[in-house]
Design a protein around this ligand. Sequence first.
Ligand code: KIV
Ligand code: ZN
Length: 517
Amino acid sequence: MQKKKITIFDTTLRDGEQSPGFSMNHEEKIKMAKQLEALGVDIIEAGFPISSEGDYLAAKEISRIIKKCAVAALARSKKEDIDRAWEAVKDAKSPIIHTFIATSDVHMKYKLRKTRTQVLNDTITAVKYAKMLTDNVEFSAEDATRSDINFVCEVFEAAIEAGAKTVNFPDTVGYAMPYEFGEMIKTIMEKVKNIDNAVLSVHCHDDLGLAVANSIVAILNGAGQIECTINGIGERAGNASLEEIVMGIRTRKDIFKDFYTSVVTEQIYKTSRLLSNVTGMHIQRNKAIVGENAFAHEAGIHQDGVLKESLTYEIMTPQSVGIKHSTLVLGKHSGRHALSNRYKELGYELSDKELDKVYKLFTQLADVKKEIFDDDLIAIVNDELSDIPKKYEFKRLQITSGTKIIPMATVELAIGEERLRDSGTGDGPVDAVYQVIEKITKMEGELVDYSIKSVTTGKDAVGEVVLRVIFEGRQFVGRGASTDVIIASAKAYLDAVNRAIYSKTKVQELKSSKNEE
Ligand code: KIV
Ligand code: ZN
């Protein structure tokens, strides 16, 4: 029997990005989209273009750049939404308009204030209209799991009749239990007369921690497409995690012998790390597949077993998700070549210029730290090679702090050759540094999140600060690393300042190029 391909529809850049703490700027979205392409997902949902100019512009550029995946944009079942979505994705090699309307009584009564007949008519009108623009239309019945299943079947049949190639059954509020979700999928497969003319998709949220379980059950009951996100990010508790579903299918070949996905699983770890780097959101240590502990065996009895035969406690290899076992520790005497090789293994292709810069920092770090681990190297790259042009460069700082004295900081920054220096006080040494950076850059921000972690072990470890700051109503992530935590804090804040400045210029550039078109 021929195996059935499960289409992987990634919505990290739409459902994931719209959730608090996970917003990305334009460049970050492009970077993520390119990595999703390398990961081998089939469809990238690039945004909800009517919701913001940023979503529209990012979806438009992703559509132009991405060649191997289809690109989808979300639209309510309204003409203006559909027009905007089409405008955003029309240049894609394979564009998709994804239109939706709620079908549950509670949504129809309180949110839409529409009857079932009106919702059915809106569905048909929206799908027919989208179909005039592109052949590839997906229709979603929002809050499907709390809807009357007979009504969903009626709506799906009408949507397919109107031209939808995919009908999506979302568990919008993460309410369904796996056994009943499976039954619902089965009912749709049996009752929707024209279901063979479309792909049945599912889109599960994780409010009860069952998004992956529900998605998996759906495959076994006939679903052909799974909507999911990297690291499971998404509204509230998140969406179904892509890496968990894909590795479930790969690992349990006995159950999923008739199915496959096109995901290059060896790219999973890199994609997961990239997302966590750009959003500044750490992945919980024990997160399945990509958490730091996912392949770490701590208990003696487990270590002993794994050493004798990895199958004893490992159901999949770290290599299969792209984690390279690093026994190699670099130090003071390691050369440029060893460093460059290690970066290659970690997935970073550095240009000669980038390697020069990183090597300089590596030797400085090696002077204060005996052994340098992979996470130190990643921290150096993230800190120094962020791909946004930096208006301000951190030069140095001096701090006076202690008990019974007012913390005071002097900070020196640079714009090219020009040096800018100022001093000030604050509630603590970090606050004093931030006050001075604000004074110099004239960028007033509200710090909404600050975290510090040591990227490796030992007293001489590199500390990495990741923070989020709001400038003019928009949130920016900043990161900085150093063996000195105050310097790491200063670098992180300045990184957020530089990102805010760059984003403002970039949006203006994109707007003026759009006006010229
Ligand atoms: O959760 C949901 O219902 C959605 C739809 C727009 C597909 O995100
Ligand atoms: Zn959703």
